[in-house]
Ligand binder design. Structure first.
Ligand SMILES: Nc1ncnc2c1ncn2[C@@H]1O[C@H](COP(=O)(O)OP(=O)(O)OP(=O)(O)O)[C@@H](O)[C@H]1O
Ligand SMILES: [Mg+2]
Length: 450
């Protein structure tokens, strides 16, 4: 029976057992300002960072595309670069601009203006850098746009506002008016500080291919407004779409910056620095895992730092009771396999499970391939896939023509972990090289037990 007393008896912060103030495996990106994760924990990426900083130092403006796999560290990389630039007097909205699936061209600009406005409001110094008239225009626009997002109304702002009957929220302001306002804000900031502005658009992969094409065609001039450095961030699919648009590729200031996975040593270093920085004074730090556990996860996820951190957090929470533990590969495999079994697999029947295992082992797979591999009729495959998607086990990774490519959620890959003694001889030795040699579409899941 549940009693509150019982529940309160041991409600201490688990991470204190390890000598740190809070979760050192948190997966939020490092921020431009503040945040719980110490910026000192940023490691590696020296060459890429120097390229991006040079881009910022190329006065006049630039456009840079940064691409990489999900969770590899793209937002963090751009934020750390912007942080350095801000320390050198540049203006950049504190929060990166997270693009949304349904954005129109005007939404893109309105949200850019909104990001600028929020930062100007937070930092008194910047407010003084633009004229009252421009500030008022910005304020009006932002208020009107947010009002309309809530109420679906129509408004005029001293600029032309167009109504789109089908898409009532937010109102479509005139592109030219928005363009001019952005241009004005930038030139005033530039005039008063002599410095430039950095605008960071995050997660372009949320847009469909068609919307990406439309936005980058229609905003080509906008992206060439002087004294602005535009950073676009997306996954490898976005990279492919933009590459196939010579009109866009031709305005990029340099070739895209491709971020690869950090090395095993670097991931280890990130965690060590985090623990040191989060240390509670006078307490000893207890590292909750040993090298064998980290190597196992590094191999499982082809070095993806987000998945590694998430797995370590789950394993530590799962195994910690009253005392700190040091998790080795064996304990890790047991804990994570048990977790995935209880939380996901136990709800599936044996056929669904078989299909899921095939998805996990493939890295990514189409309905048709799955039907062949598991010897299951096509309509049944579709039904099982729907069920697996609803259960949060798989997601639609990409489409190519009519083909849908499915991949397993990162947590589901825990089912591939093998404690020592269970087919250990099949396990591949850890390290960077193995995952690097596999073709990209085979880089997940398969690595450890193939
Ligand atoms: N170079 C690095 N040094 C230290 N920590 C890093 C580094 N790169 C990534 N991280 C950490 O890894 C986690 C994932 O990084 P981030 O959120 O930046 O990835 P992402 O590529 O933007 O992910 P998504 O594709 O989901 O947008 C974060 O907790 C971040 O702090
Ligand atoms: Mg990100």
């Amino acid at each position: 029976m549940y009693t509150e007393q019982q529940n309160n008896r041991n409600f201490a912060n688990i991470w204190e057992l390890y000598g740190v103030k809070f979760n050192p495996f948190a997966t939020s990106p490092l921020l431009v300002k503040g945040g719980v994760l110490p910026v000192e924990s940023f490691v590696g990426r020296k060459g890429e960072m120097s390229r991006l900083i040079k881009q910022f130092r190329s006065f006049g403006g630039s456009r840079c595309l940064i691409v990489g796999e999900v969770g590899v560290g793209k937002t963090t990389f751009a934020n750390v670069a912007r942080r350095t630039a801000i320390a050198n007097g540049y203006f950049s909205p504190l929060k990166e601009i997270g693009v949304q699936e349904n954005w129109s061209v005007n939404d893109f600009i309105i949200n850019t203006l909104y990001a600028i406005y929020s930062t100007i409001n937070l930092e008194e110094g910047w407010k003084k850098r633009i004229s009252n008239t421009t500030y008022d225009k910005l304020k009006n626009l932002v208020e009107l746009a947010s009002h309309e997002m809530h109420f679906g109304g129509v408004g005029v702002l001293g600029m032309t506002a167009l109504v789109n009957q089908e898409r009532r929220t937010p109102t479509h302001f005139s592109y030219m008016a928005l363009y001019d306002l952005f241009d004005k804000v930038i030139s005033e900031i530039h005039k008063s500080t002599g410095k430039e502005v950095i605008i960071h658009y995050n997660n372009l992969e949320r847009l469909t291919d068609e919307v990406i094409r439309m936005i980058f065609n229609d905003l080509r001039d906008f992206f060439q407004i002087p004294h602005v450095h535009f950073i676009f961030i997306g996954n490898l699919i976005v990279h492919g779409v933009l590459q196939s648009m010579p009109r866009f590729a031709s305005i990029l200031s340099d070739t895209p910056i491709l971020l690869k996975e950090l090395s095993l040593e670097q991931v280890n270093e990130v965690i060590n620095i985090r623990m040191k920085k989060l240390r509670i004074e006078d307490l000893e730090i207890v590292r909750p895992f040993d090298d064998s556990a980290l190597e196992m996860l590094y191999d499982l996820y082809g070095g993806n730092i987000r998945d590694i951190l998430n797995s370590l957090e789950t394993a530590v929470l799962y195994l910690t009771e009253e005392r700190p533990v040091t998790i080795d590969s064996n304990m890790l495999a047991m804990a994570l396999r048990e977790s995935v079994e209880k939380r996901y697999l136990s709800a599936l029947n044996s056929k669904a499970r078989e299909l899921l295992e095939a998805v996990v082992r493939s890295g990514e797979i189409t309905n048709k391939e799955l039907s062949v591999v598991t010897n299951t009729a096509a309509p049944n495959v579709s039904n099982y896939l729907k069920e697996l998607q609803n259960e949060g086990c798989i997601y639609l990774k990409r489409r190519e023509g009519k083909d849908k490519y499915w991949a397993a959620d990162a947590k589901i890959k825990w089912m591939l972990l093998e404690p020592i003694g269970e087919k250990r001889s099949k396990t591949v030795k850890s390290g960077n090289s193995f995952s690097m040699r596999l073709p990209r579409n085979k880089r997940s899941g398969l690595n450890i037990s193939e």
